[in-house]
Design a protein around this ligand. Sequence first.
Ligand code: COA
Length: 188
Amino acid sequence: MGSVMMTGIEIRLLTDRDAAAYWHLRLEALEREPQSFGESAAEHRLTTVESAVERLAANPDENFVFGAFHAGQLVGMAGFFRYQIAQARHKGRVWGVYVRENCRGQGVGRALLAALLERVKTCPGVEQVTLTVVSGQAAAYALYRSFGFEPYGLEPRGLKVADRYFDNEHMVLQLLTALNSTHREPAR
Ligand SMILES: CC(C)(COP(=O)(O)OP(=O)(O)OC[C@H]1O[C@@H](n2cnc3c(N)ncnc32)[C@H](O)[C@@H]1OP(=O)(O)O)[C@@H](O)C(=O)NCCC(=O)NCCS
């Protein structure tokens, strides 16, 4: 991606060897930005690094996490999974997008999402990608819009963090836009 202006940042797929770093960055994300994610920090603390090893190793073609490294330290991440049930296998989902605060505004999030979407495009049969962003998260929303994600619905009170509600903006990126109108079955 042309606008990526970063020195000393490496973007690569996480493997099971990155599980501990991934587990800790995920905890930081949930602790610092609880309104941006469905899982709570308390829930995450109940999981183990071993479960992260399994997650990262399970099916890296269709279920993967990209990481951004600065001086060998994991400072950002972006996850993807493909739905496995037969009639939803044309879809995947982006989750867990997070960049450590002191690394923001330098193109790290953009580079993570670009790498993720490049890999998604190599998954045969994946036609659309969805994600959810909390309403009012201007940086994340602008980032997703710039990759072509379109909002398709606002879910009022989609997240409840302690006693506060947050609306969810649901977004979709069509990878095969040409299919849209031509291959739809007529309504019965
Ligand atoms: C969203 C997030 C990952 C962006 O990471 P980042 O490394 O700062 O993003 P980048 O520097 O690559 O910027 C990418 C784009 O985001 C948008 N953006 C970034 N910071 C912004 C800000 N403060 N205000 C508005 N838009 C902003 C811009 O469109 C920018 O593109 P541009 O630089 O070409 O204009 C980061 O802000 C973050 O971790 N936020 C908290 C967690 C979160 O909201 N995650 C998303 C959950 S759905």
